[in-house]
Design a protein around this ligand. Sequence first.
Ligand code: 5RP
Length: 219
Amino acid sequence: MTQDEQKRAVAQAALQYVPVGEIIGIGTGSTANFFIDELARIKHRIEGAVASSEVTANRLKQHGIEVLDLNSVSEIPVYIDGADEITRNMHMIKGGGGALTREKIVAAVAQKFICIADRSKLVGVLGKFPLPVEVIPMARSYVAREITLLGGQPAWRQGVTTDNGNIILDVHNLNIMNPVELETTLNQITGVVTNGLFARRGANVLLMGTDQGVETITL
Ligand code: 5RP
């Protein structure tokens, strides 16, 4: 299967996790887009969705799926999203699409995180994919210096402004042996909004596309 065929297959498989009559959280990216297109076929079964980005909200609306403000929702049974890297421990790097902060917020509210990903995303150790960090614009240089002291090489994602009006630093050359600790350390740098490590709140289920079909991985 091609990468896109794997993405479509995991998007279809994720439909079984969509609870009837409930609100679901939806991520951002090409795999999430495949999922939104699949969800449109059963949209009458859900009450609505909370989106992790403006792009996702627009795609949901185009399909006639109601988009709800997170502040008007107290429970999200399931959040479905892709990842840039994921380990068998269910720790992830996310934010390749720049939506990491809203993704992390919706995932925090959700009871269950279903990660949908093609086989290329499964890794032994996180860090080959540059780790995105969302930063308040005036803190960009300071945060970059602090990250350098931690051993990373930050690169400003030029021309990108997040949905929250911030900038992204992509941190190269990290070999992340302790993702929970690094997630916490980076978030303590003043000016960091959040970083793309999803380790403190990882995925509960990974639906992974392979040449043989969809493999389901849980802890
Ligand atoms: C966006 C994300 C995406 O989930 C991640 O970049 C994976 O994207 P894709 O499904 O296009 O490979 O975190 O901020």
